[in-house]
Design a protein. Structure first.
Length: 359
């Protein structure tokens, strides 16, 4: 993401999203009642009065909307912002509804009443991001799974299940492994060709290492993209989630948001398991902890800010400001991956505390 202009006194940030991950960051930055300005197209009648009932000419215009809803389609990587037009050329009536499709490499301006600390951290992270997702392949005797690890979660591309002959049937197994490796390599090459990202291979046992050697001989360019080979205890998709939870790929994908979110959520669960009173969850207990200046890290599920009522959202934002004013940090957890689902099960909010609170 490229930041073109930042004027926090006016609450204004002008930027250019450069990668699909940037759109995901914007989805977590743009809230209801913000203002968004961008070039878009608007349908007009021949008499230059807009009408929903009668289609007419569609013209390019620069306009601003007061945001009501933000829509993210992770399957196609599309971000749409819907709201009421607050600034536009004379031929477009203000007060009408409009949807802006946020496009890559096209400038947009966001105006907020206040840019919070976590908003600015998110912008900084987006600026540093390369935009290339890491590819993780889990492979063993039971099959293979290939996923893209992006800032917005795990995007599963392939999940193939097989049953290879046992090692006691050497000839039969060798032929089966050759066919298995060929299909797996073709699938991995297709995913890699689309994203051109670094590749990490994980798996149970030594088959993953044999597969990496196979790639060196059969697909040398793809083999050069392999940056890590690690062992896990689970097969397939479960193995990928295990790798994220356990931290075996921390150095590999340390720049990705999903890794940080997974690690901090695991810390919440770890502290809950110990029962030492240095973690809380749920809106009421989190609010009390914030009032006592006890919160070091505040975790909020992304849906809590987007889908809550205005009254509920304002309360959450008040807690966030309280935490940040007292030196704490807020992390918005994506519900597009396992860590977010776990946080939702705890009510959508949790906090790691500086000190233990009495029960």
């Amino acid at each position: 993401m490229k930041i073109v202009e930042m004027n926090l006194k006016k609450g204004l940030v002008k930027l250019i999203p450069e990668h699909t991950d940037d759109l995901w960051h914007l989805y977590n930055i743009i809230y209801k009642d913000d203002e968004v300005y961008a070039f878009t197209t608007r349908e007009l009648k021949s008499d230059e009065q807009y009408s929903r009932k009668k289609r007419g000419e569609r013209i390019p215009v620069f306009l601003g909307i007061k945001v009501e809803k933000v829509f993210w389609d992770r399957l196609v990587g599309r971000l749409r912002v819907h709201g009421v037009i607050c600034q536009a050329p004379d031929i477009v009536p203000t007060g009408a509804h409009h949807t802006i499709n946020i496009s890559l490499n096209t400038p947009i301006t966001i105006v907020k009443n206040q840019w919070t600390k976590h908003h600015l951290e998110r912008l900084k992270m987006a600026q540093k991001s390369s935009g290339r997702p890491t590819i993780i392949m889990s492979i063993d005797d039971e099959g293979y799974a290939i996923a893209l690890i992006t800032h917005y979660g795990l995007d599963l591309k392939v999940d193939e299940h097989v049953k290879l002959p046992s090692k006691f049937e050497a000839d039969k197994r060798n032929e089966a492994v050759k066919a298995f490796f060929k299909k797996a390599a073709d699938n991995l090459h297709q995913v890699w060709g689309e994203s051109n990202g670094p590749v990490a291979i994980i798996g149970v046992g030594f088959l993953k290492n044999d597969f990496a050697e196979y790639l060196k001989n059969e697909k040398p360019e793809l083999a050069k993209a392999i940056i890590d080979i690690k062992s896990v205890n689970n097969s397939g998709v479960a193995g990928i989630y295990e790798a994220l939870r356990s931290g075996v790929l921390t150095k590999t994908i340390q720049q990705l948001r999903v890794m940080e979110e997974t690690e901090v959520m695991e810390e919440v669960l770890k502290r809950l398991g110990k029962g030492e009173g240095n973690v809380v969850y749920g809106l009421d207990d989190v609010k009390k902890a914030a009032e006592l200046s006890a919160i070091e890290v505040l975790l909020i599920a992304d849906t809590m800010l987007r889908e809550s009522s205005d009254e509920h959202r304002l309360l959450i934002e008040e807690i966030m400001r309280n935490v940040e004013d007292r030196g704490g940090r807020t992390i918005i957890i994506s519900t597009g991956h396992e860590a977010g689902e776990k946080l939702l099960a705890l009510g959508g909010m949790a906090a790691l505390l500086r000190f233990s609170l009495p029960h």
